[in-house]
Design a protein around this ligand. Sequence first.
Ligand SMILES: [Fe+2]
Length: 172
Amino acid sequence: MLSESLQNKLNEQIQKEAYASNAYLALATWAENKGLPNIAEYFYFASDDERSHMLQLYKYINANGGSAALKDSLGKVKTSFKTVLDVFKHVFDLEHGVTVSINELSTWCLQNGEHATFFFLQAFVLEQQDAERKVQEIITIVERMGFEDRNLFYLDKQFKKINQQAGAEGGG
Ligand SMILES: [Fe+2]
């Protein structure tokens, strides 16, 4: 049985994962509008990935005697950016925000003797470390290949490889 306070904290995390999923969808639209189909595909994939995190938490709450629920409004997502580099810097901030909140939740569980949920959350903790590292690698690629209009065709092509790698690893 989950305590009331733990349930509330897990439900707050659900909102954050759902928000991230929406934020990635907005980035997919941005990329589609710029004619960058492989970058758009990367964001559709990332959106699915966040939704799957949300669902894992959602099901965990319901399976352990709680009531999972999403709020009516998840908050406004950012839709306008100057360059692809700005987009990926935004992605890094987005992922880092999730990392901070997962870490806080994990610390809270430990301090409050919620060991089963602490254990459950460790997959998310490692996932976030992985996500931040991958976004950082992409920022390096974007900086090296260039993100001026004339570079965008090749930069987008590069994402075909990135997407294939992420698909092969079964997560992004
Ligand atoms: Fe996530």
